[in-house]
Design a protein around this ligand. Structure first.
Ligand code: CA
Length: 200
């Protein structure tokens, strides 16, 4: 899966990150959930020719893989990321549903990879250095409801006091690789936009 991760990240050209306005559910005192409504029609693409990645542009009319909302919940037991797409279909060569999050001490990425004849998907957790901690992840891809759910046990990532998380999607169709950062209308970058601190 290291190759898969490299592909997922290579997709997302250069970053232009801006702060995002999120609606934060304020429970007792510290928030444990944030829901971000992403701009639709904000997918960008690059052209892929063998090992070469060539410039692309905006794909304003593409709905497949366009993120509509990202909800992140930090519970006592898990970091749960729920992504709603405008459309999520079993088309193309590969789909990478990518979650990146930061704890007080480390950065992590989950790549949920789905492909032809394996649309149920296969998730993997990585640290920023590329190592893969032993962890049993929960996930669900729903192609009728156009949703992706990824859940990471807190115990796999050191039971952090807070996390900041973001989500993105990249997928290949023909010679084009499309990408969307779920927390900004700016072009998706290698590093995804993260939401506010959420406490368990
Ligand atoms: Ca979007």
């Amino acid at each position: 899966m290291k190759l898969a991760r490299a592909l997922a990240l290579a997709t997302l050209g250069c970053a232009l990150l801006v702060p995002v306005t999120a609606s934060v559910a304020q429970s007792a005192s510290l928030p444990n959930r944030a829901t971000t409504t992403d701009t639709t029609g904000d997918i960008v693409f690059v052209r892929v020719a063998g090992d070469q990645v060539l410039p692309g542009g905006a794909a304003k009319k593409r709905t497949m893989g366009d993120i509509r909302t990202v909800q992140v919940t930090h519970t006592k037991t898990a970091i749960r990321v729920f992504i709603k797409y405008v459309e999520l279909n079993r088309v193309g060569v590969d789909h990478f549903h990518v979650v990146q999050f930061r704890t007080p001490t480390r950065s992590y990425e989950v790549d949920l990879y789905a492909t032809t004849r394996a649309w149920r998907g296969d998730p993997a957790l990585y640290t920023a250095s590329g190592s893969s901690p032993r962890c049993t992840l929960a996930w669900k891809l729903d192609y009728d409801l156009n949703t992706a759910l990824i859940s990471v046990p807190r115990s796999c990532v050191g039971n952090p006091t807070w996390i900041r998380a973001g989500a993105g999607m990249s997928n290949t169709y023909g010679d084009k690789r499309y990408a969307d950062d779920g927390l900004t209308a700016q072009p998706a970058g290698r590093t995804l936009t993260l939401g506010p601190r959420l406490y368990s």
